[in-house]
Design a protein around this ligand. Structure first.
Ligand SMILES: [Zn+2]
Length: 445
């Protein structure tokens, strides 16, 4: 194992490649929360839902932004944990036609969450589903249209005016199969509604010199709210029952002083799509859990992953990370619940980055703090590095990639003055687990 070098020597000895990536385009239908609120207000089961979800019922308006939070690090959870599971192991685009691939799996996942998980978990999965429903009704997503006109066609409306008072939500089906067929038909009609209106107002809106809210865009937001009301009414008709006694429950303990103390742990049945997050104290439960795999994986940010037999999952203590203080989620690459061939919380680097290899999920870092960055057992030719980012979501993100050869397996590097998050990079043509055995990013003492 190789030595740690100071960053000044390091700069002299190693290949440092820094580049500013183009900012990712962000597209967000202005009034997600308002559309969700308007749909909630007309639901026949709104009182029952408010009682079931408690304070999470109001937060559904925030959770309907969930897919726009992808890859970010929140204090209370990782949005990716409500966006990715074995049926959808990588993110799906939010515009037509790609967004249509979200309806069936996210509807199924939301139903599963209502039937088997706690209300906070269910609220967040429902938030992810209705985001894609709402996006599909944005004129610029339905058409689809990019660039400056995209921004106008989803923001030039008064979000507070979204209202479908008096609308009676329609049941999309009496059972799961017919509801899924009804959902696809409902979405086809929503997309056609908003696509036609995008075409009708395009030239007029393009000619405007400054913002002017468009009643036609408000019509699209209202129609999106009607579709969300139909979806929520159907989900609740099929699966909203008062919480049952848990059929399986447990408690996770993690090392003291882990970062992000409000983060939960994640419990996954390997080989199945069943998973849930604990509360902030480590308690978790399932109700009516169907067939389950005999092996359960449990992980938490700042702790190691435990893989145990289902019979032993009621009380699990997570090990410390290796090395201690490692901030890389799944830094030992052992957790592979999402896909058999890629460790969870890792993804192929997008082609736009002009680097070939793998990037970790985002890690919260502090600017100017010195971090130790390293890889264990790198194969010949592997390079590794870090990407500092000023944000994980804003269009104004500043981003720098720094890449080294793996001749020296650990380096020290101060985070840039703008760094808010970091991603570990492993550059290789090989599957990640064939390139290195373990990776880390640890604040230096
Ligand atoms: Zn979106």
């Amino acid at each position: 194992m190789k030595t740690t070098r100071s960053s000044s020597i390091l700069g002299f000895l190693s290949l440092v490649l820094a580049l500013c990536a183009p900012p990712p385009a962000t597209f967000a239908w202005g009034p997600h929360g308002e559309i969700t609120r308007a749909a909630q207000e007309v639901l026949p089961e709104r009182e029952k839902a408010a009682a079931y979800f408690g304070s999470e019922w109001r937060r559904l308006q925030d959770y309907s932004v969930m897919p726009d939070w992808r890859n970010s690090v929140r204090d209370d959870f990782f949005p990716n944990d409500f966006l990715l599971w074995p049926s959808v192991p990588t993110h799906i685009q939010h515009m037509m036609p790609e967004v249509a691939a979200t309806y069936t799996p996210y509807f199924r996942r939301a139903l599963q969450a209502l039937r088997t998980e706690t209300p906070p978990n269910a609220a967040r999965w429902i938030g992810s589903l209705i985001h894609y429903v709402e996006d599909s009704g944005a004129p610029c997503h339905a058409k689809p249209i990019k660039g400056e006109m995209h921004k106008r066609l989803e923001n030039w409306l008064d979000g507070k005016a979204v209202s479908i008072a008096g609308y009676q939500p329609r049941l999309l089906g009496n059972d799961d199969a017919s509801a899924l067929r009804g959902l696809l038909d409902r979405m086809k009609r929503l997309v056609a509604f908003s696509k036609q209106r995008a075409e009708n107002i395009y030239a007029k809106v393009e000619a405007l010199q400054q913002r002017e809210d468009q009643p036609v865009i408000l019509d699209c937001a209202d129609e999106s709210a009607r579709a969300v009301a139909d979806v929520l009414h159907t989900l609740f008709t099929l699966a909203l029952t008062p919480p049952l006694p848990p059929s399986l429950a447990g408690h996770v303990t993690w090392p003291a002083n882990v970062p992000l103390p409000k983060q939960p742990a994640k419990v996954m049945f390997l080989g199945t799509g069943y998973s849930t997050l604990t509360d902030t104290n480590g308690a978790w439960s399932f109700q009516k859990l169907p067939a389950k795999n005999p092996r359960v994986a449990i992980e938490r940010y700042g702790a190691g992953t435990a893989i145990v037999k289902a019979a032993d999952c009621a009380s699990v203590t997570l090990p410390p990370t290796d090395p201690p203080g490692n901030l890389v989620r799944n830094g030992d690459l052992k957790l592979r619940w999402l896909a058999a061939n890629t460790p969870d919380f890792w993804a192929a680097i997008p082609a736009s980055q002009k680097l070939k290899g793998w990037e970790s999920d985002s890690i919260r870092v502090r600017s100017n703090v010195v971090y130790r960055v390293g890889v264990a057992d790198p194969q010949p030719g592997v390079r590794y590095g870090v990407r500092w980012r000023s944000s994980t979501s804003s269009a104004k993100t500043v981003s720098t990639n720094i890449v080294w050869s793996a001749d020296i397996a650990e380096r020290e590097l101060p985070a840039t003055s703008y760094a808010a998050t970091a991603q570990l990079l492993v550059l290789t043509d090989k599957p990640l687990t064939n390139a290195v055995r373990r990776v880390w990013l640890v604040p230096s003492q």
